[in-house]
Ligand binder design. Structure first.
Ligand code: SF4
Length: 284
């Protein structure tokens, strides 16, 4: 197995969970709650049915979660359908380590990741304490990059929880960056920074991201600056100190298994999908 620093990536999301709860100030502008509420009104009953009952608009106009977290086990088979290596964001509309996600379900998702080593997965949580508690009982896939969100200094403790896990690659999402942070990056492979965007965007000071960049340089961690944010994120762009930062850890180059083998693995690991349709149309 070799590693490469460049690959033609096709990005994808893998949402086998829907729904969440707001847990800290970084959740105030949660985009997932907006997406789920929109999809609950989708004319396709399959889409609306999966998303209904998870989010609502409060009397003050702010969107919030109902607190229901929905498990969609049949979607665990989705990565077997992709015939090219992808960089997969795991659960963009929930939190894998939410307290209502059974550990057995997390283990099943990890088993799918281990069975598809040609993909690289990125999972992000704000439930760092549960991540730390469950970590010793999990068989960590080598192709999973595990991250925690740290929006401001009071949440820097999440980095300590992440550091103690068995994840091979560990990263921080320092986004939306809401204030100065002083982070211990020992054992951390990558840091992503970004200001908040949208009509209710809170202030962002580039000096906060520059401090994280300097800390990355000192520790040999990769640094990625996503955006400066603000009400008009296009106008504010993503230049920091006059340049862009797009560093990421190296990825493993693993050949994709033939369709027949992927179908066999999907049937074995995800019995919820009817055998005749496992997976949905396969290419390659
Ligand atoms: S943890 Fe993530 S998905 Fe959940 S409410 Fe916060 S920002 Fe939204």
């Amino acid at each position: 197995m070799s590693t490469v620093s460049t690959i033609e990536w096709t990005n994808a999301t893998w949402n086998f969970l829907l729904g969440c709860d707001k847990v800290s100030p970084g959740c105030a502008g949660c985009y997932a709650v907006k997406d789920v509420l929109r999809m609950a009104g989708n004319p396709n009953p399959k889409v609306s049915g999966a998303n209904r009952g998870l989010a609502y608009r409060q009397d003050n106009g702010v969107l919030n979660w109902t607190g229901v977290v929905r498990l969609l086990p049949e979607r665990l088979a989705v990565p077997f359908e992709w015939a090219v290596p992808k960089k997969v964001f795991v659960n963009s509309l929930s939190d894998l380590f939410h307290g209502d996600v059974p550990v057995e379900f997390i283990r099943r998702a990890f088993a799918v990741m281990r069975a598809t080593p040609w993909h690289t997965y990125q999972a992000l949580t704000k439930r760092a304490a549960r991540l730390a508690v469950l970590s010793p009982d999990l068989d960590w896939p080598g192709n999973l990059w595990m991250g925690v969100s740290v929006e401001s200094q009071p949440y820097a403790y999440r980095v300590d929880h992440l550091r103690g896990t068995g994840a091979r690659v560990k990263f921080l999402s320092v986004e939306p960056l809401l204030g100065p942070v002083d982070l211990d990056l020992s054992g951390i492979d990558r840091v992503i920074t970004g200001g908040e965007s949208g009509p209710r965007a809170r202030p962002f000071d580039p000096a906060w991201a520059l401090a994280a960049r300097d800390r990355c340089e000192a520790h040999g961690a990769k640094f990625f600056h996503k955006q400066n944010g603000g009400r008009n994120k296009k106008a504010s762009g993503r230049l920091l100190d006059g340049r862009t930062y797009d560093e990421m850890p190296e990825t493993r180059a693993v050949p994709v298994a033939p369709a027949r083998e992927r179908r066999r693995l999907a049937t074995e690991l995800v019995p919820e999908v009817p055998a005749g349709r496992v997976p949905l149309p396969l290419a390659g």
